[in-house]
Design a protein around this ligand. Structure first.
Ligand code: 4AD
Ligand code: MG
Length: 461
């Protein structure tokens, strides 16, 4: 007999009074004189199913304690009946139990609740807790929603290379890709790289944008959804060295179009989670962030703020707060400033726009004032920046000048530069940090809990 997903048994009436086979891992067990009770979870739902065992009739009753250990995997055959205690609930009266996998008492998940810090030390087992069951179900729904959002609007999904010869953000945060170590035998860096696999320096891509622009100049509207890598030495609750990145790029789009797309996409994502993950959101609302559901409903139904960088600096200068990083025009906004603006002043998502050109990337469109670029970051309460985007510089001479100002090696960017030679058009896009929006939607405080195996400074497993 085929086993049935526990979710289907709990959420439909199809199996009531029928015999079924379920498989799963023991989450709780309770023994009494004549009866025993197990809660089994197979990962298909946040809720467990209760297995009721009558010791007088169950197979192998004398060895029952072998079937009751936390974490053990079982196959249970039994009848689905209305729950004795839960209105609308069901449970299974067991007829036969088979032990699929024993689990000795060293199993690290013995307590009902463990701290997230402790769970980070067992990334291979923490997924078996309610918390991670809920986070990763939402993660999966978010991923599907993002594809559905862009696919249904005519965007082409492209896969950009992960190994690259050009640094997109130009901030020196690339991991090197090499098959040979550097040694004193090489007379120069050029000689060393010439000997290496690609015949030049190569790294793991920090963003698929540059190749995304190539595709947008052919297909009009594209998006990427894949990993990006940052060798940032920042040990914060918001940074990982390997994160998943959603990057739409749109031909003929200017900054206001980029902002409109970002807001619409974020709202669409939030509505989808509200609709598809009610149980998980209730769980997070209870244990992670009180008021989470109401926050998401409000965000989905109200306009985001659009705030010029220069105005943001004015607000920060007037703020009655002692910031660690002093505020003045030209400052790259730090987390404390972002949080003040989005949490204290507006208490909703805020697009900050038109940043000073010196703190932003070479590819951003230069504004007529000569000082700022048509960039935007979307800041949200609790998480900070979840999106960074811009209109791109479409003018060849201005782009080349921006690269020279930053001492960038033009020879590595010839394909990109060609886009401004052959039919250049206004265009723009943004990058959404997938783990960061997941954090925002679930109230997760630390990005290490939003990805299966977080890679951070000094930590890989
Ligand atoms: O702001 P960033 O650096 O922008 C870009 O990479 C552009 N090329 C995007 C584009 O216009 N196509 O990164 C975009 C987003 C950030 O807002 C943040 O959400 C996420 O990527 N991000 C990280 N997430 C987790 N860990 C890190 N180390 C991250 N670095 C960036
Ligand atoms: Mg950014």
């Amino acid at each position: 007999m085929k086993h049935i997903d526990i979710k289907d048994i709990l959420t439909t009436e199809d199996y009531l009074q029928k015999d079924v086979v379920v498989c799963g891992w023991i989450r709780t067990s309770r023994d009494s004189k004549n009866m025993a009770f197990l809660e089994l979870n197979d990962g298909t739902s946040l809720a467990h199913i209760q297995i009721v065992i009558d010791k007088a009739t169950i197979n192998d009753a004398e060895n029952l304690s072998n079937y009751m250990k936390l974490g053990s995997a079982l196959k249970v055959t039994g009848t689905v009946v209305p729950s004795a205690v839960k209105a609308d609930g069901v449970e299974i009266n067991a007829k036969e139990i088979i032990l699929l996998g024993d689990c000795p008492p060293e199993y690290p998940l013995q307590k009902k609740r463990h701290t997230l810090e402790y769970l980070r030390t067992i990334p291979h087992l923490r997924l078996r807790t309610n918390t991670f069951n809920a986070i990763f179900r939402v993660r999966s729904v978010l991923a599907a929603t993002i594809h559905e959002y862009f696919q249904s609007r005519g965007y082409i999904y492209v896969n950009t290379p992960l190994i690259t010869g050009s640094d997109c953000e130009g901030a020196g945060e690339m991991f090197k890709v090499t098959t040979i170590g550097y040694s004193q035998d090489y007379k120069s860096a050029e000689e060393y790289y010439a000997n290496d696999f690609f015949g030049q320096s190569a790294g793991l891509s920090v963003s698929g944008q540059l190749e995304g622009e190539v595709a947008a100049m052919a297909f009009g509207k594209i998006y990427t959804f894949g990993p990006s890598f940052r060798a940032e030495n920042s040990n914060t609750p918001r940074h990982v060295a390997e994160f998943w990145h959603v990057e739409p790029e749109v031909a003929f789009a200017e900054l206001p179009d980029v902002i409109e797309l970002a807001e619409d996409m974020v709202k669409h994502i939030i509505n989808a989670v509200l609709e598809k993950c009610p149980d998980e959101l209730q769980f997070f609302d209870k244990f992670f962030e009180k008021g989470l559901i109401e926050k998401l409903q409000n965000v989905a139904n109200s306009d985001f703020e659009i705030l010029d960088y220069t105005k943001a600096i004015e607000i920060l200068e007037k703020a009655d707060v002692e910031f660690k990083y002093p505020v003045s025009w030209g400052l790259d906004l730090q987390t404390e400033h972002e949080r003040y603006i989005t949490e204290q002043v507006f208490n909703k998502p805020v697009f900050v726009t038109n940043y000073p050109k010196d703190i932003k990337s070479f590819y951003m469109k230069q504004n007529p004032d000569g000082k700022t670029v048509a960039a935007t970051d979307l800041l949200v309460p609790g998480v900070g920046e979840i999106i960074g985007g811009s209109e791109r510089e479409a003018d060849l001479d201005k782009l080349l000048q921006a690269m020279r100002d930053r001492n960038m090696p033009e020879e590595n960017y010839q394909d990109y530069i060609d886009l401004r030679r052959f039919g250049s058009v206004p265009h723009g896009g943004f990058g959404l940090g997938f783990e960061r929006i997941l954090m925002y939607c679930t109230g997760t405080q630390n990005i290490r809990d939003a990805i299966l195996f977080p890679r951070t400074v000094g930590n890989i497993r």
